[in-house]
Design a protein around this ligand. Structure first.
Ligand code: NAP
Length: 331
């Protein structure tokens, strides 16, 4: 029986790539199917974000009954409004590493996967560090995920909101990967961008394998200067709202550069621990050099007491023991 007001969401055993890119993780999906026939409505504990500014045709969409309204402030003048989305354990960890390294393994909740799609609906593009793509592709053993909206109802909502083709933007200093090994760079998947250094751009140009992938060049040495790249996304490619889905290295550099305006954080009621325990089996790609630690949400040089940024806690929702927070950076 569905809870009153909950929308029907047909849960199916997804293609493995969706499992990995969609935080549903490597847990017992058929069991979940048996117990969960719909995505439950989010219980709103408080929400101080602005009122909806969606067109009337979209305002009545069932997604807003499930989540409540979702609106964003006016755009900055020269770059996109940038919001992130992470799921973390109670102790702030975002990946077990090993064979269960995805966000889905942390969340293990269909509603969190739905929220990931819902946040994608409201963005023009999804921004990712290249390691997230590489690691998830290695775990999957095929040509990896595409970071796209899975739920057809939410794809329709995106159309109503007037947002165009879905876009994936990857950051890599080195651009050492072979694009043919990843389906996300196929012409038909989503529109793709690579933000890289002059060295990385040269490497891609020499291969010349994917002329449809747009390359944005910024920075020097191995380091991408993210601020000019964000301006280029807005000014040359019309990206007004950008969703940063990590990983924690990219997120840390973005935050340190003052480029994260908001963070959506799901807190999963799990305790994981920073150090990888002896009994954890490494993933095949880790065998030669298994990691000793797990990542937190922020894996770049951070702040000192004098410049650590403060965040306004804008909203809080819950489903069972999972908590869904939204924070906006105080400027
Ligand atoms: N729980 C969650 O919500 C969540 C979300 C996303 C990811 N994850 C997990 O996090 C793990 C991956 O995270 P990660 O931190 O290792 O990787 P990541 O942030 O996805 O990617 C890091 C890479 O991005 C490039 N990069 C980022 N910032 C750069 C800069 N300013 N200049 C130059 N290059 C830059 C570098 O690529 P090059 O080395 O090519 O130069 C760097 O090695 C995976 O296990 C994934 O499943 C969890």
């Amino acid at each position: 029986m569905l809870a009153p007001g909950s929308a029907v969401f047909h849960i199916r055993v997804p293609h493995p790539s969706r499992v990995l890119c969609g935080r549903v993780g490597d847990f017992d999906f058929p069991t979940l199917t048996a117990h969960l026939t719909g995505v439950r409505n989010f219980e709103i504990l408080f929400d101080q974000a602005e009122a909806s500014n969606s067109p009337d045709s979209a305002k009545q969409d069932p997604a807003y009954q499930q989540y409540g309204s979702l609106a964003f402030p006016a755009l900055p003048s020269d770059r996109p409004w940038i919001y992130s989305n992470f799921v973390q354990s109670l102790d702030g960890i975002v990946s077990f590493k090993g064979r269960h390294a995805t966000g889905g393994d942390i969340s293990q909740l269909a509603e969190d996967r739905w929220l990931m799609d819902f946040l994608r609906v409201h963005s023009d593009a999804v921004l990712l560090g290249i390691n997230t793509l590489i690691e998830e592709t290695q775990l999957l053993g095929n040509r990896g995920p595409v970071y796209a909206i899975e739920d057809p109802a939410l794809r329709r909502l995106r159309d109503k909101l007037g947002r165009t083709t879905q876009k994936n933007v990857f950051v890599t200093g080195a651009a050492a990967l072979n694009l043919s090994e990843y389906q996300v760079f196929d012409a038909a998947a989503v529109e793709t961008f690579i933000i890289t250094t002059p060295t990385g751009a040269r490497r891609l140009a020499e291969k010349n394998s994917h002329p449809h992938v747009k390359v944005i060049v910024s920075g020097e040495g191995d380091f991408v200067d993210l601020a000019p790249a964000m301006r280029a996304l807005r000014q040359h490619h019309g990206i007004e709202r950008l969703l940063c889905e990590g990983g924690p290295t990219l997120y840390g550099y973005m935050s340190r550069a003052g480029l994260i305006d908001e963070k959506f954080i799901t807190i999963s009621p799990l305790e994981i621990g920073l150090f990888v325990p002896r009994e954890q089996e490494p993933a095949d790609a880790e065998r030669k050099n298994p990691p000793k630690e797990r990542p937190t949400t922020f894996m770049a040089p951070g702040f000192i007491k004098e410049n650590a940024p403060w965040w306004q806690w804008l909203s809080c929702r819950r489903i069972g023991d999972h908590q869904f927070n939204r924070y906006r950076r105080r400027r």
